[in-house]
Ligand binder design. Structure first.
Ligand SMILES: Cc1cc2nc3c(=O)[nH]c(=O)nc-3n(C[C@H](O)[C@H](O)[C@H](O)COP(=O)(O)OP(=O)(O)OC[C@H]3O[C@@H](n4cnc5c(N)ncnc54)[C@H](O)[C@@H]3O)c2cc1C
Length: 475
């Protein structure tokens, strides 16, 4: 990759400092561009961030964020800013039934001696008490079908219809497809396109043990990004927080953008809009009029949000020795034992996550916390003896965008119809659902597209992990 000399250094303004904006900004700063990263909030991270919750006086993530070994671009971004060692990895997923019976999903083997993919997880599925024999046969049939190339081709069929066509049992649907897959995609099964579910299945359970291993930050999310500002500043750029961008105008004569913010004006050769779809939509009428803007506006109108809620509980004692678990058959879906996961976290802090449930999101605070506590006690009886010291409920109503059949035609690529302006954000065309990996991919794709147009090509996009074992024949 070539670095630009000081005199020819082009300026890039990246608007939005979520994972998409930070990934693009750091890659471009490394390639020699002078980067201005502009964020309306007072901190970095966007939807994947942490903050001091005034109600409990604790720094909490706006929700537990998990990543997987297959998140190559997110991991590339973490490597660039030097925080890869702050991720705790596990290859096991513990499923618990009300009453406490546990099943463990994950690779099976002794040390490096593992069954070849996709069989590496098969023994754990066969042993799982959470599924009946009929459930297991149904799951094996469906996973085999998801290995076929047709499962990766978009059609009008939803995951729900596909599961019914592949004769999935009630247990397989409720305990696996709804809970593990649909909650990873944060939507109801009838609102999910089959290729997105197939992607999750392939990466988490079939392609390789490495791709499916689960990672969680050992520090609050915003601490992960502490190196971003120095990284950009050391390369001649700047990070502007509390700076809300209100519009931008292209100046044909100087071939530059004039960006209007609530804190003043900025001039820039290039712009990357690294915003969620609704913030992009708000900005469209405030950009210079351009052919193609109408098409983008129509694409954005097709996107829809799904909520995620998290309940944060502090007890006077430990209620489980597990680090994390999937909770079956109840409203709450995932348990994260933050006192064990995050280093230096005192106390006994448990976070519960409820995905894709509009009814839970509609509950008032007291009712939501009461329901969560009642259900938690069904999985971990020690909750009944423990004293709840404090609690917080975080409702993210605009958490993620849905991936219904046909959504790919509403996801634009990095190039836009404006000169020297590029698009990023998890909702743009990455082939991934609404995740930090999709955001990091979009940032790297936009940075590469910008580099090409500035005649300073850079390589920052990280290729996918190669499927292992027999999965090499099912690409
Ligand atoms: C509750 C919850 C749980 C989640 N769980 C997971 C998970 O477990 N794993 C996972 O991979 N993903 C998860 N996600 C999804 C993940 O957080 C997002 O996909 C990802 O963070 C999106 O990044 P982004 O940069 O595209 O957008 P954002 O994070 O939304 O960043 C956009 C930034 O632009 C800023 N901005 C907006 N308008 C302006 C403006 N006019 N001027 C300046 N700045 C502006 C915003 O303040 C924001 O910081 C979760 C999301 C939520 C909300």
């Amino acid at each position: 990759m070539s670095r630009l000399s000081e005199s020819s250094q082009k300026t890039v303004t990246v608007i939005g400092a979520g994972v998409a904006g930070m990934s693009a900004a750091c890659a471009l700063a490394e390639a020699g561009f002078r980067v201005q990263l502009v964020e309306r909030r007072g901190y970095l991270g966007g939807r994947a961030s942490s903050y001091l919750h005034p109600g409990v006086n604790e720094v909490i993530d706006n929700c537990q964020h998990v990543l997987f070994g297959c998140c190559t671009n997110l991991l590339g971004f973490y490597r660039r800013i030097g925080v890869s060692d702050r991720i705790h990895w596990t290859s096991e997923m513990t499923m618990i039934e009300p009453g406490g019976r546990r099943s463990r999903l994950g690779p099976f083997g002794l040390g490096p001696l593992r069954l070849p993919a996709p069989l590496h997880s098969a023994p754990s599925f066969l042993n799982a008490k959470a599924f009946t024999l009929a459930d297991k046969l149904a799951l094996a049939r469906a996973m085999r079908a998801m290995m076929a190339p047709e499962a990766m081709v978009d059609s009008r069929e939803s995951l729900g219809a596909w599961l019914r066509r592949h004769k999935q049992t009630e247990g397989a649907i409720n305990r696996f497809w709804r809970l593990v897959i649909a909650s990873a995609l944060n939507a109801e099964i009838d609102e999910i396109a089959v290729p997105y579910a197939a992607k999750v299945i392939r990466e988490l359970f079939l392609n390789s043990a490495e791709a499916g291993s689960m990672g969680m930050s050992t520090v609050p999310l915003s601490e992960l990004y502490a190196n971003v500002t120095p990284f950009i500043e050391q390369r001649g750029g700047s990070v502007l927080l509390n700076t809300h961008v209100e519009g931008a105008a292209w100046n044909e004569d100087s071939a530059q953008w004039l960006i209007c913010t609530r804190a003043g004006e900025l001039v820039s050769d290039f712009v990357i809009l690294a915003l969620p779809f609704e913030a992009t939509q708000k900005l469209l009428p405030r950009l210079s009029a351009e052919e193609g803007a109408e098409k983008l506006a129509r694409q954005i109108e097709r996107h829809e949000h799904w909520p995620i809620c998290s309940v944060h509980l502090w007890f006077d004692r430990e209620i489980t020795d597990l680090e994390d678990a999937v909770l079956l058959d109840r409203e709450i879906h995932w348990m994260y034992n933050q006192s064990r996961l995050q280093t230096g976290r005192g106390g006994h802090y448990i976070e519960l996550v409820v995905s894709a449930t509009r009814s839970f999101a509609a509950l008032p605070r007291e009712a939501a916390i009461e329901l969560a506590l009642r259900e938690l006690a069904e999985f971990f009886p020690r909750v009944k003896e423990a004293k709840l010291e404090k609690a917080a409920l975080v409702k993210e109503m605009y958490a993620t965008f849905g991936v219904p059949p046909g959504i790919d035609s509403a996801r634009p690529g990095p190039a836009s119809s404006w000169p020297q302006l590029f698009l990023a954000g998890d909702w743009t065309a990455t082939g991934w659902p609404s995740t930090m990996e999709s955001a990091a991919r979009s940032g790297h794709l936009a940075a590469e597209a910008l580099g090409l147009s500035a005649e300073n090509p850079l390589r920052c996009f990280e290729q996918d992990l190669k499927p292992q074992g027999f999965m090499r024949f099912f690409r």
